[in-house]
Design a protein around this ligand. Structure first.
Ligand code: ATP
Ligand code: MG
Length: 214
């Protein structure tokens, strides 16, 4: 399409992106929480939004089905970033990637004596890199959600997951034992679109960048 397509996930990324879009003069015509529409028009005839699963955003942008997207660093690391420019850290949807274990589990001791650790996570790449850098042997178990349950029922010794307030960990008697990295969301751009649609994209990117700085 001639105009610009922006891929967003609903929930926190959509909510926290609204003020940045407003700064660029872009206002969605529908609320994805209530409308069920997957393609959402905006006040600008040349800009539309597509609503995707958070972990699918980089894929839509990589293949040019969307020109732009907004995705968490957690998701971008797992995707690998092929075909994407990642020029702006938007500083939204902030949280951290951490290792957590059941309260009372002696993590330091388990790591020190070179035990094989069973780790459940949605973030295989991040977890593999983290433990490899520490020289800790791990068996990784891929999950798609509710990671906190895994150590409580004996599926894993530890989890690698996103933490913000820590409330979910506390409610499940888990403790954070390592901070792997800080997470926020970035604007991603299809590399070909940046060249072909440069004139249309530049003012939008500049407005968003300006809004992030203030
Ligand atoms: P789904 O809910 O569809 O399984 P998801 O959990 O990845 O996918 P969201 O919960 O909307 O989707 O999270 C989107 C992004 O927001 C994540 O990729 C991450 O970067 C960030 N995020 C996730 N959890 C939190 C949190 N508790 N606080 C702040 N940011 C978060
Ligand atoms: Mg979620």
């Amino acid at each position: 399409m001639q105009g610009i397509t922006l891929a967003l996930s609903k929930g926190r990324i959509f909510e926290e992106t609204l003020p940045l879009l407003a700064a660029a003069g872009i206002v969605p015509s529908d609320d994805p929480e209530s409308s069920r529409k997957l393609i959402i028009a905006t006040n600008r005839p040349d800009v539309r939004l597509v609503i995707v699963r958070a972990s699918d955003t980089p894929t839509y942008v990589q293949y040019g089905a969307a020109d732009l997207g907004i995705a968490g660093k957690d998701v971008l690391i797992e995707h690998g970033g092929a075909g994407l420019y990642q020029p702006i850290d938007l500083n939204i949807a902030r949280c951290r990637m951490s290792v957590a274990v059941p309260a009372g589990f002696d993590y330091e001791q388990a790591v020190r004596r070179g035990a094989r650790l069973k780790v459940a996570t949605k973030y295989l790449h991040t977890a593999r890199e983290h433990f490899a850098a520490k020289g800790v042997h791990v068996d990784l178990i891929k999950l798609y959600g509710s990671m906190e349950l895994a150590p409580l029922v004996g599926l894993a010794d530890a989890i690698v997951d996103l933490v913000s307030s820590g409330g979910t960990l506390r409610a499940n008697n888990l403790v954070e034992v390592e901070h792997i990295m800080d997470i926020s969301s970035r604007l991603v751009i299809n590399q070909a679109a940046l060249k072909v649609k440069h004139a249309l994209l530049t003012p939008i990117l500049e407005a968003i960048e300006g809004a992030v700085r203030t």
